[in-house]
Design a protein around this ligand. Structure first.
Ligand code: SF4
Ligand code: SF4
Ligand code: SF4
Length: 266
């Protein structure tokens, strides 16, 4: 990535696709740092915060949400064409989100079961990550993201430094904080060993297991963790649920979940 050189402040947009808005809220919840950010950049489009100019040309586009409707499939192409850098924020945008559970089911059957008039719903049969449709320059994981990550990415781009991708497992962060391991001491099915860092080891810090909302770490050994869960007495279906949750469409978790489902039928 190159430094952003512009006589004016860099222009930023925050776009929403299929999502719960939680990652945008995480950005709004920044508080004082958001005011500092607003001094460094010009926020052109951020419907949740006020400015609306979705088709403007901008320097950095933050994209929340997955591609779940025909309209979104077209709109993401326009966002890409108008943006110098495109950065996905959150599990929905980076891995399809919870709604990607539909990828392993029949979406039409579900709609017919839930809605009285499903014929009025215009949707795709899948929910997919932004990177499956356009080039993505950087990904921020989490459900929701840690808002400090956005500030760090913007700072890096403003100073011409490539944003740092965190590759550690959550366990590394958890250990650095001196937490008592809930997997070892309480046999809780903690996803920390296969989950990437970034949240500050939030859940184990409060004595509960991680459920993998930051997505798979690099070279995650999901087979080994599945065996450990089996040793705790978890049934294949329960193991599948651990992996097929918020980041169910991320390849490492999808594969581990699928293996557990197959074991259930053996
Ligand atoms: S990643 Fe989570 S918090 Fe963010 S938009 Fe998706 S569901 Fe909401
Ligand atoms: S509690 Fe979870 S994240 Fe923390 S060290 Fe144990 S397994 Fe890893
Ligand atoms: S500990 Fe795990 S589930 Fe909890 S916020 Fe962090 S990544 Fe998400």
């Amino acid at each position: 990535m190159s430094v952003i050189k512009t006589p004016n402040k860099p222009r930023i947009a925050v776009h929403k696709f299929s999502s719960c808005d939680g990652c945008q809220l995480a950005l709004l919840n920044l508080g004082e740092p958001l005011l500092t950010l607003a001094e460094l950049v010009e926020i052109i489009h951020f419907a949740e915060a006020g400015p609306v100019e979705p088709d403007a040309e901008i320097d950095i586009a933050f994209v929340e949400g997955s591609i779940t409707t025909p309209d979104e499939k077209e709109r993401i192409q326009r966002v890409r064409a108008n943006s110098r850098y495109l950065i996905t924020i959150g599990a929905c945008a980076t891995a399809g989100g919870l709604q990607a559970l539909r990828n392993n089911a029949n979406a039409s059957d579900w709609m017919a079961a839930v809605y009285p008039s499903p014929e009025f719903i215009d949707t795709l049969s899948t929910s997919t990550a932004i990177a499956e449709h356009v080039r993505v320059d950087f990904e921020l994981w989490g459900c929701p993201i840690n808002s400090q990550q956005i500030v760090a990415v913007v700072r890096a781009l403003l100073f011409g430094v490539t944003p740092v991708k965190e590759n550690d497992s959550l366990c590394m962060e958890c250990k650095r904080q001196g937490n008592v391991c809930v997997l070892v001491t309480q046999q809780q099915a903690c996803m920390g060993p296969v989950t990437q860092t970034g949240c500050g080891a939030l859940c184990p810090s409060f004595g509960r297991d991680c459920y993998g909302c930051y997505g798979p770490k690099e070279n995650a050994n999901a087979d080994s963790l599945s065996q450990r869960f089996q040793g705790f007495g978890l049934m294949p279906k329960e193991i599948a649920r651990r992996f097929l949750l918020i980041n169910n469409h991320a390849p490492a978790f999808a594969e581990a979940g699928q293996k557990a489902i197959e074991a259930e039928h053996d």
